[in-house]
Structures are given as structure tokens and as C-alpha cells.
Design a protein around this ligand. Structure first.
Ligand code: GCU
Length: 709
């Protein structure tokens, strides 16, 4: 039997040796590009295919980035960096373009286009090699990341045959980052752009940001908030943007800026920003010339105009097409684009959901060919669930961008685990039934924009699981046909663990989580019940805001007689904005999908539901289901304690505990409120809210994050 001192000595020795044996501390910084050492068999599998690398010389910065990433990945996964070779040996990665491809190998160059890649295992003069093939160095970078993804997710690297080209040409992040480094609707710390120190100081983190985006195929980033300050277009700020563009360029990421429509007045001293005024047009042309001297590959301008108080062409009696076309004319000689947002609403609209379509649909066909109209996924504002925006089926002659929100403004900020892959999938696959140009939303869009959830937090997104939303946005922008469940598995395996049980559990949790937030916040088509301004927590009772369409009561219209917004022909008739098939279907509660029911209909509390329950009982059941779901997430995660590194396991567990409390808060506050307006008692066996309604109403969150500057 060991003595006490022997035991202590043993412990001390173990502690001393610990650093040599233990894996690096996982703090989330490495995202899905962790490249942690594989078990011995996996190391051998990777090393067998990647002993060496052959590539064209001299290598462009993009090709250098591809080679560096492969070296880093293989060194991490298999313990040894592949050697740079002049000629392929057995087990070589061969990065080739049409100019350097080995003779006799038939590759689908045309189908790969400018950004696509192919991965192919083959024998070359008796040696086993892997071709990473593309028409451009950018394609080679994307292909290198795809090879590393295959290596990290356990694919058979000796038998690769993959081909991939993006289905959507423009794949952008939209940062809502202010010049003072606050982030509107950001829950991950300050802006990652350290504006003050730019352009001289370039944080090493910008390169990791570029690597992460390139690994997903994102090819553009709008640096500043859509609620833009004119200053971002002044020379000193353009120099800062140019410095970022230089860092991001090798990774295929173009820099874009949000523009304030009234900049000619604020910066140029003009009396007007009227888009038809020759002096205004000249000002924007000169500004575009200046931008392109500093940033020759500048992507273009994103504009929020005549929305939520922002200036725009309507201030001068002009319309959105006049405004967008004026900017398009200035950018055109440089190959620049205008992304003009369709997120508009004004105080006098009788139905806020109808305004975007009402303002934009009549302009179909009037936009210049370098204008893209950027449409949010739904007609209100990034709710846990919205029907797809009717504009996707209504503007056949206008290129459209789909705008999704990656940051979770209305979905529990960064503390709630909500995987957005299923939400993205739902909207991308929504069938607009428009003819003849292709029916789904995915088929209709030429660009996808995701409102970023990235900040200065060490783990980038404020929570480990929120990085899955960045990941899913990028992967699904490249290929909108991907199934969100597969994307979840891929992410989980690269981010957390390759143990099948862990991957299965995490992917199951993720896939179920989106419906949970719908259930505990806004079931059955309810929307915008969140707290005033900050959008944190439930506040369905709010009815005193300056504008009707800012009040939750405007959206749910609950009273003695029932609940829901009547957008049928008997109400606002917003259903008529959909294609005829949908309009007919949505006109009647019986043919409206239950998940959207109260979005389109005002119904009595005793309305019969598919389950056989009354609407009221169904609503309560959804709230209960949502809360129970989060309880299940906690239990599932607790069961993975041995599979996940301690720090990240504990951090996620702590967040899930907060989420369960807040889900319960949502349920209790909403049920208490709806009871108060309906006068109904709870269905049998249902637990009453923990506190009286007044207690929920009294809560205040004056310093909630994400309000911006
Ligand atoms: C929402 C959000 C705002 C944002 C706006 C937009 O209303 O709350 O912070 O500016 O969307 O998309 O322009």
C-alpha cells in the first residue's frame, strides 16, 4: 500500500507531466478548423495520402494560403507536415489547374467554373496521389479546405471523388458593426474590426477570420452597419477598409461597405441627395472612383434607405429604383454592385408585413443590371419562424439576394442553443410556385447575405454553438441543397468530437433546437412578442410604443374573441402578395400550414386544431413542449460529459441552464398574459405560471446588449 507521501509525489509528478500529455485547452477559438491529432489509425490514414504536396511555382498569395492550410491541417491531424515536392511521390496532394494538370486526366473543368473544385484519388505512374483541381487558385483554396474537411470528418481519403461548385454566386456576411466598435444586434463582444488602430495595426485575428470564411466558401463581407454613418466613406475610413481588403484578398473575400444615402449632403456639402440631381450623381461617381483607387476589387455598396428613419430617395419624391440606379451608375465602370435592401416599413402602413412587397414589386424590371435587391427571409423581421417573403415569387425581372440573420436578435441572443440550419433550409426550399423562372427561394436568388454573429469574444460568436450558425450559413450559401442535419453532423465532428455517439447526440440536439425556440417563444405563427427595443424576453403586453407596428399587441391581436393577425382577404389581404396558388391556400385557416396559422388568421380560442385540441390548448401545449425540449437538451448534453473537453462542456452546460430558465419565463409570461386577455382557464393538468402577470411586466433590461451606437 502506498504511503501518503508516495501518493502525493505521484500526483505531483502527474501534474508536472500533464502539459506534455494533455490536449490544448479548447476555448473555441479554432472553430471547426481545430485539426487536433487523430487516433493512430486516423493519423496513418491522413499521412498515407499527404506525405507531400506539389503545386505550381511561383505560388500566388491564394495558392500559398492553400498550401499553408494543408500543411497546418495535416501537421495537426497526423503529426507531421507534408513535404513540399517538385514531383509527385506516393501519397502526394497535387494542386492543379488546367495549365498544370497531368496529361491524360480528364477533369470536368467547365462545370467547376471560377470557384469550384474537384478532389480525385488516382494512380499516376504507379503512385497513389490525390488531385485537388480547379480552374483558379481560389478554387484550389476551396478544394484544399474541402480535402481537410474530408480528413477531419473521417472520409476514405484513398477513394475521393468529389466535385463542387457554388450554386449562389455572391455569398456575403453583413456586419452590423459601428465605427465605435459596438455591434448592432451583436452578442459576442465588440466588433472584430479594431477601427481605431486600423489601417496601421492589423490584428492577426483578421487572417483567422478570412480562413474561417474561405473554408466555407464565403466570398464577400460588408464591414459596417446598414444603419451607416457617412464617415465610413471618408478617406481615413476608406483606408481602414482598404487595409482589411488587403488581408482578406488572398482568401477570395471582397470588401463591401454600407452607404448612407445622404452622404453627399453630409460629406460633400451638397444641399440635396436627390438621386436625379446632376451634382449628386457626380459626387457619387467621384466617390466610387476614389474607393476603387484604394480598393481595386471593392465589391460594392449595401444600402438601407427609407427604412426605420434612414434617408433615401423617397425623401426627394423618388423611388427605390431611382436611388439604386444612381449608385449603380457610379459603380458600373468599376464592376461594382449595389445591394439595395427591401426591408422597409413606415408608420402609416396598415400591415407592416405588406409594405416591402407594396413598395418593391411595382419596380420589378426597373433596376439597373448591377443592382441586386436584398430581401429578408420573411416579411417582418427575422422571427423564430416566418413564412417566406412574398417578394421571392414576385420579382422575376430583378436579381434578388436572400438576407438571413445569423446573429440571434430574436432567438435568445447567444445564450440560447438554437441551430439555424433548419430555418435556413426551410426558407431555401420554400416553393414560391412562381413561374417560369424556377420555384424555390434557393433557385430564385443570386446572392445570400448573413447578418454576422461574430465579435471580439475569444470564441468568436458568444457561444460555441452559435458558431454552427456561421458555419451553416456559409455551407448552405455555397450549396443551398445541403441538408441542415448533415451540416450539423459535419460541424459537430470537426468542432467537438469524432466519437459517433457524441456526433449523433450533438446533431440531434441541434436539429431539434430550432423548433423548440419557436415553441417557447412564438408558436403557431405568432410573431414579434419580444421585449421593447432590445428584443430580449417576452413582452406580449406592450401596447404603448410611439408606433403601432412596434407593439407586440399589434402583431398578436389577442382579445376575448381570439388571437392572430388577419392577413386573409377579410383582413389586410397580405396573402394576395403571394403567387395565386399560395394566396388561395393562405386565404383559409383550413388550408394554411398550422405552423403559420396565427400569422395569417385571427381565430377564436376554441378553433379546432389538427390534434383535436382547441387553439388555446394547442398553444399551451406548444409552450410546454418547448420548455420540455430544452430540458431534454440539458440532459443530452450532460450525458456527453466524458466525450467533450471539460471547459467547453461546462460552458455549454451553463448556457443551457440559462436557456431552460428563460424558456420557462417565456412560457409562463405568455400564458399568464394570454389568459388575462382571453379570460380562459388553463387546460386540465397544466401547471400555472410561477408568478402573477404583473411580476413579468415589471421586469426591465435597460442595458441589454446589441443596441448598437
Ligand atoms: C431590425 C433590427 C435593427 C436593424 C433592422 C435592419 O429592425 O432590430 O437593429 O437595423 O432590422 O435590418 O435594418
Amino acid at each position: 500500500m502506498k504511503t501518503w507521501t508516495q501518493a502525493l509525489a505521484g500526483l505531483l509528478l502527474a501534474a508536472l507531466l500533464q502539459p506534455a500529455w494533455s490536449a490544448p485547452v479548447e476555448d473555441g477559438y479554432d472553430l471547426w478548423l481545430r485539426y487536433r491529432a487523430l487516433p493512430a489509425a486516423g493519423q496513418a490514414r491522413v499521412m498515407a495520402q499527404a506525405r507531400g504536396i506539389v503545386h505550381a511555382q511561383p505560388a500566388s498569395p491564394t495558392l500559398q494560403a492553400a498550401v499553408a492550410e494543408l500543411k497546418r491541417g495535416v501537421a495537426g491531424l497526423a503529426g507531421r507536415e507534408p513535404a513540399a515536392l517538385a514531383r509527385p511521390a506516393d501519397g502526394t496532394l497535387l494542386l492543379v489547374t488546367p495549365a498544370s494538370a497531368p496529361a491524360g486526366v480528364d477533369l470536368p473543368w467547365e462545370a467547376l467554373g471560377r470557384e469550384g473544385y474537384a478532389l480525385r484519388s488516382l494512380r499516376l505512374d504507379g503512385r497513389a496521389v490525390t488531385l485537388i483541381a480547379a480552374n483558379t487558385d481560389m478554387g484550389l483554396l476551396y478544394g484544399s479546405f474541402a480535402w481537410l474537411r474530408a480528413a477531419q470528418t473521417g472520409a476514405d481519403l484513398s477513394r475521393l471523388e468529389q466535385r463542387s461548385a457554388p450554386r449562389v454566386g455572391l455569398r456575403l456576411l453583413n456586419h452590423w458593426d459601428n465605427l465605435d466598435r459596438t455591434v448592432e444586434r451583436g452578442y459576442a463582444g465588440a466588433s472584430i474590426w479594431d477601427w481605431w488602430k486600423l489601417p496601421d495595426i492589423r490584428d492577426a485575428r483578421y487572417v483567422d477570420y478570412a480562413r474561417a470564411n474561405a473554408s466555407l466558401g464565403l466570398n464577400g463581407t460588408v464591414l459596417n452597419n446598414v444603419n451607416a454613418k457617412a464617415e465610413s466613406l471618408t478617406r481615413p475610413w476608406l483606408a481602414k477598409a482598404a487595409a482589411l481588403a488587403e488581408v482578406l484578398r488572398p482568401y477570395g473575400i471582397k470588401v463591401w461597405l454600407s452607404a448612407r444615402f445622404s452622404a453627399p449632403v453630409e460629406l460633400g456639402g451638397l444641399k440635396t441627395a436627390d438621386p436625379l440631381d446632376p451634382a449628386v450623381r457626380a459626387w457619387w461617381k467621384a466617390k466610387a472612383d476614389e474607393i476603387y483607387t484604394l480598393i481595386p476589387d471593392f465589391g460594392g455598396l449595401l444600402v438601407k434607405a427609407n427604412s426605420e428613419g434612414q434617408p433615401g430617395p423617397q425623401d426627394y419624391g423618388r423611388d427605390h429604383a431611382d436611388g439604386a440606379n444612381m449608385l449603380a451608375e457610379a459603380l458600373k465602370p468599376h464592376g461594382g454592385l449595389v445591394m439595395w435592401r427591401a426591408f422597409v416599413y413606415s408608420p402609416d402602413a396598415s400591415d407592416r408585413a405588406a409594405q416591402g412587397h407594396a413598395e418593391f414589386q411595382p419596380l420589378d424590371g426597373r433596376f439597373a443590371d448591377n443592382v441586386i435587391v436584398q430581401v429578408k427571409n420573411g416579411a417582418i423581421d427575422f422571427q423564430p419562424r416566418e413564412p417566406f417573403h412574398p417578394l421571392f415569387g414576385a420579382m422575376p425581372r430583378t436579381p434578388l439576394a436572400l438576407e438571413l440573420q445569423i446573429t440571434k436578435e430574436y432567438l435568445g441572443f447567444s445564450t440560447h442553443l438554437v441551430y439555424l440550419g433548419p430555418l435556413f433550409e426551410e426558407v431555401l426550399r420554400a416553393d414560391t410556385r412562381a413561374k417560369p423562372e424556377g420555384a424555390t427561394v434557393a433557385a430564385r436568388v443570386v446572392a445570400m447575405a448573413g447578418v454576422a454573429n461574430i465579435g471580439s469574444d475569444r470564441n468568436w460568436c458568444g457561444s460555441h454553438f452559435d458558431c454552427a450558425n456561421w458555419y451553416a450559413f456559409g455551407r448552405m450559401a455555397w450549396d443551398p441543397g445541403l441538408a441542415s442535419g448533415d451540416v450539423a453532423r459535419e460541424w459537430a465532428r470537426q468542432t467537438f468530437s469524432s466519437a459517433p455517439r457524441a456526433v449523433d447526440t450533438i446533431a440531434t440536439m441541434m436539429t431539434a433546437s430550432r423548433e423548440m425556440v419557436v415553441d417557447y417563444m412564438t408558436p403557431l405563427g405568432l410573431h414579434h412578442l419580444m421585449g421593447t427595443g432590445h428584443h430580449h424576453g417576452p413582452a406580449p403586453w406592450v401596447d404603448n410604443l410611439e408606433r403601432a407596428d412596434w407593439n407586440p399587441v399589434y402583431f398578436h391581436r389577442a382579445g376575448r374573441d381570439g388571437i392572430g393577425f388577419d392577413r386573409s382577404p377579410r383582413g389586410s389581404n397580405a396573402v394576395a402578395q403571394y403567387t395565386p396558388d399560395w394566396a388561395a391556400r393562405l386565404a383559409r385557416p383550413q388550408t394554411t400550414p398550422e405552423a403559420w396559422l396565427l400569422w395569417f388568421h385571427h381565430l377564436p380560442w376554441d378553433h379546432g386544431m389538427a390534434s383535436g385540441r382547441t387553439l388555446w390548448a394547442e398553444l399551451v401545449a406548444h409552450y410546454d413542449r418547448g420548455v420540455a425540449g430544452v430540458g431534454a437538451l440539458r440532459a443530452q448534453w450532460a450525458g456527453l460529459r466524458g466525450d467533450i473537453d471539460a471547459r467547453r462542456h461546462a460552458e455549454v452546460a451553463a448556457y443551457l441552464a440559462v436557456q431552460e430558465q428563460e424558456a420557462l419565463w417565456w412560457r409562463d409570461a405568455c400564458i399568464a398574459y394570454f389568459q388575462s386577455v382571453s379570460g380562459l382557464s388553463l387546460p386540465a393538468g397544466v401547471r400555472p405560471p410561477a408568478q402573477p402577470l404583473e411580476a413579468y411586466k415589471a421586469l426591465r433590461f435597460n442595458f441589454a446588449p446589441g443596441r448598437g451606437g
